[in-house]
Design a protein around this ligand. Structure first.
Ligand code: HEM
Length: 469
């Protein structure tokens, strides 16, 4: 009897799983990444970047395709893995971001009335204000002041956990320049606000709740919800303070705009805060790690910085005369691209990609990680080689370099973030020399922490740093 029950339960489970992972009829013409390795990867909590490099890229290469079907969050999603195909698609009209599951706690934090999630007229209004605010000036002096503050903390050097500094640096950079509020992350790493933010993000990032958002209904987390609400309230208070003490920042600029409602203002502060620091921090962790690993690149870059900037304060015009710095940053952002995938999109119309047609209303993802490591665009994609942005491959390399996204919704803070990185890296090179310890955890490849937004955030980036005399 017991055997029959077990057999029935097993049969039921097999049928349920088969139905769950079965490709719908209208997508069966597309090359499908095998589902079992994907499921094992999700279950093991593997980060997006590894999954793409280990499973998706090899499959696409073998199948010689620019389009693959990937099972994710209970549905089949089309991934675009080649730069030209991605560009053509993102220029199409009638694209919209797919709404992620409503249960996700993330929405309680960010709301939905912000430039990141809005569509149509609301998005145009928000994007215009954000674009103007971010392009008024590039706060080079503020980036330089924060770099000096970081060096004061590092002192004469020794072994330094660099990713900790990059997070504090980039949080204060976005705080003081965009939001107009000093979170004092460099001065007070354990300040109440910063701690609460990290706690909330760790809870939101729980892989189980990311891959099965319905858990939020089945196993609700009231204590975490309260913490999220408290954080949202802190952002509201911050907005009120900005009303009373306006300054030369993006939030003041938004407040001057009569069309922005209170909720829109608050939601935009939160997404700018979130989008504005982890990405750049991840990138700065990668660059400095790679410069520590490739001593020849570090020495060559230091020589360029010395010849152009000397001992001057960094100025905008210095950076247009530093092609190698530009190449190193581009190559680092390609090698361990900070943001791996764009938010899934839907199209009202069928989309033609080479020989394949993506039916209307099918979720598709621009897989930036796969594109930035696709061997049709990049010779030896797994090698760190800044010269590819300077030599005869430069035109192809520049055209396929898409870490800030594509189309009208690409990152409005691209220049802001690149200058933030250029200032810190050039000043660091003038101040210090560094190397990677032999026992680094990143020996075979750069290890990134799990991120609910599929970011590449290297952890435990220790460097041995020495002050130059
Ligand atoms: C290395 C640094 C950064 C990277 C790699 C990056 C990457 C991206 C990407 C790929 C997108 C497009 C997302 C999509 O279309 O699905 C995006 C959008 C966005 N980013 Fe960034 N970003 C960075 C820094 C920043 C900073 C510093 C800020 C704010 C100060 C910022 C604010 C935004 C906003 C508001 C959007 C939404 C734009 C829209 O939907 O119209 N980003 N970013």
């Amino acid at each position: 009897m017991l055997q029959k029950v077990i057999a029935a339960v097993l049969a039921f489970l097999v049928v349920a799983v088969y139905r769950w992972v079965r490709v719908p009829a209208h997508l069966r013409h597309l090359p499908k990444v095998p589902v079992m390795p994907l499921l094992l990867s999700y279950l093991s909590g593997e980060v997006e970047e590894r999954r793409v490099k280990r499973i998706i890229i090899p499959f696409a290469q073998k199948a010689r395709t620019d389009v693959v079907l990937v099972f994710c969050l209970g549905e089949w999603v089309v991934h675009i893995v080649e730069a030209n195909a991605a560009k053509r698609i993102m220029e199409q009209r009638g694209l919209r971001k797919q709404e992620l599951p409503a249960e996700m706690l993330l929405w309680r934090l960010t709301g939905r009335q912000n430039v990141f999630t809005a569509e149509g007229e609301m998005w145009k209004r928000h994007a215009k204000i954000m674009h103007e605010a971010l392009h008024r000036t590039i706060p080079i002096e503020q980036f330089a002041a924060l770099s000096r503050k970081t060096f004061a903390l590092i002192g004469d050097g020794g072994r330094v956990r660099w990713n900790d500094y990059t997070h504090r640096f980039s949080l204060d950079a976005v705080g003081t320049t965009v939001i107009g509020y000093d979170f004092e992350a460099l001065d007070k790493p354990h300040g109440a606000f910063v701690e609460r933010y990290h706690e909330v993000m760790a809870a939101i990032s729980s892989p189980a709740y990311i891959f099965l958002p319905a858990l939020e209904r089945w196993l609700p987390r009231p204590a975490i919800r309260d913490m999220v609400d408290l954080l949202v309230e802190e952002f509201r208070v911050l907005l009120q303070k900005k009303r009373d003490h306006p300054g030369p920042d993006m939030i003041t600029y938004m407040l001057e705009n009569p069309e922005m409602s209170e909720t829109e203002l608050r939601d935009n502060i939160i997404v700018t805060f979130m989008g504005g620091h982890d990405t750049t921090a991840g990138s700065l962790s990668t660059i400095v790690f790679l410069l520590g690993q490739y001593q020849d690149v570090q020495a060559r870059l230091r020589a360029e910085v010395a010849s152009i900037m000397g001992s001057d304060e960094p100025r905008l015009e210095h950076f247009s005369r530093m092609p190698y710095l530009n190449a190193v940053i581009r190559e680092s952002m390609r090698f361990n691209n900070p943001s791996n995938v764009l938010i899934p999109r839907l199209s009202d119309d069928p989309l033609q990609v080479g020989a394949h047609v993506i039916p209307p209303d099918t979720p598709f993802i621009i897989n930036m990680c796969a594109i930035l490591h696709n061997s049709t665009s990049w010779a030896e994609p797994d090698a760190f080689d800044p010269d590819r942005f300077l030599n005869s491959d430069k035109a192809t390399a520049d055209a396929s370099w898409i870490p800030f996204g594509l189309g009208p919704r690409q990152c409005p803070a691209r220049a802001f973030s690149l200058y933030e990185q250029k200032v810190l890296v050039s000043m660091l090179l003038r101040e210090y020399r560094w190397s990677v310890p032999k026992d680094t955890v990143h020996h075979d490849y750069i290890k990134n922490a799990f991120s609910p937004f599929a970011l590449s955030l290297p952890y435990d980036v220790d460097i041995d740093i020495l002050k130059l005399t």
